[in-house]
Design a protein around this ligand. Structure first.
Ligand SMILES: CC(C)(COP(=O)(O)OP(=O)(O)OC[C@H]1O[C@@H](n2cnc3c(N)ncnc32)[C@H](O)[C@@H]1OP(=O)(O)O)[C@@H](O)C(=O)NCCC(=O)NCCS
Length: 281
């Protein structure tokens, strides 16, 4: 067995937060300590350690309560790439998900897709990360109001329908992060939440019954956020794509939503506009 066999991974803990953050920051990703804390608290983070006990690679498994688990945060420090550590850590995550009797699902970067496809992951649909700037000076579109803490159960239910599993801990965590940036439709059929990231405010999830409502929710979020913004939009939504272009947004990178030996999407893709992010699904 080589230096990257499964024995060489250990579960990371909050004590490893500095190494975790260093890995995502080195890859120019947007995660904050609040994000890593969710993986460490609600999932399992595997790390590959160097001789000094420093985590030089990571992979997270986040079980969701409807038969599947999210694999993310697959990161290998630049100086240790192409040693098959990424493949091994993904295999270890996949084995952990299967051990729990769940379906492994993930959002792959183009580099990640090269690693995952040979392992049996299939494409469900494609997503694009859009980046741009928000002015923080917009007015609230009609039919939209600010989300309150008492909306969390309803928002969790709408999210579960679109995403495919209930994840109250995630909605509550995003909602709690300052400054609160979350909106619902007055009939409580749609919502959007945003959270501060390391380099940009991340908008998502955004769930709605139709694209016109999704555009209104997007307008509310972009009107309230200020500075750099990221959002991961499902590629099928042409009006949203056009609107983002008109607002000066550009595509930073594509993602592919993939599951092991499954191409049929989870949840209700007709309501899923902006995902929470490739790390959470
Ligand atoms: C993607 C990543 C995790 C791969 O880790 P790694 O340890 O270098 O990957 P491996 O050594 O296991 O690569 C296995 C195979 O995948 C393919 N591959 C890996 N990285 C690739 C890249 N950047 N471009 C094209 N193919 C790639 C190759 O076929 C490689 O086999 P080879 O080296 O024999 O040619 C790493 O590049 C990384 O951390 N990137 C930044 C973060 C990221 O994109 N993570 C994936 C999120 S989905």
């Amino acid at each position: 067995m080589g230096p990257t066999d499964l024995q060489s991974f250990r579960s990371l803990t909050p004590d490893d937060m500095t190494d975790c953050l260093a890995l995502s920051t080195e890859a120019s990703w947007n995660q904050t300590p609040d994000d890593w804390a969710l993986f460490l608290r609600h999932g399992r983070v595997l790390g590959h350690l160097d001789d000094r006990g420093r985590a030089v690679a990571s992979g997270a498994v986040l079980p969701y309560p409807n038969g599947f688990a999210w694999i993310s945060m697959v990161l290998v420090t630049a100086s240790r790439r192409r040693e098959k550590i990424g493949t091994r850590i993904l295999e270890a995550c996949r084995a952990e998900v299967i051990r729990q009797g769940l379906l492994p699902v993930l959002d792959a970067t183009p580099a990640g897709e090269q690693v995952y496809r040979p392992l049996g992951f299939e494409t469900m649909f494609r997503i694009s990360r859009w980046q741009g700037n928000a002015s923080g000076r917009g007015s609230l579109p009609g039919g939209i109001r600010a989300m309150t803490v008492s909306d969390i159960p309803a928002v969790t239910a709408i999210d579960a329908c679109a995403f495919g599993a209930s994840r109250r801990f995630l909605i509550a965590s995003f909602f709690d992060r300052a400054p609160p940036l979350a909106f619902v439709t007055e009939d409580l059929s749609g919502f959007v939440v945003a959270r501060p990231g390391r380099t940009a405010t991340q908008i998502g999830p955004l769930v709605a019954t139709d694209e016109a409502t999704a555009l209104a929710l997007l307008g509310a979020a972009l009107g309230a956020a200020s500075g750099p913004v990221f959002l991961d939009l499902v590629d099928r939504w042409e009006n949203m794509t056009r609107t983002l272009r008109q607002r000066g947004f550009t595509v930073q990178r594509p993602f592919t939503r993939m599951a092991l030996n499954r191409a049929t999407p989870l949840g209700d893709p007709t309501r899923l506009f902006v995902v929470a992010g490739p790390e959470f699904g």
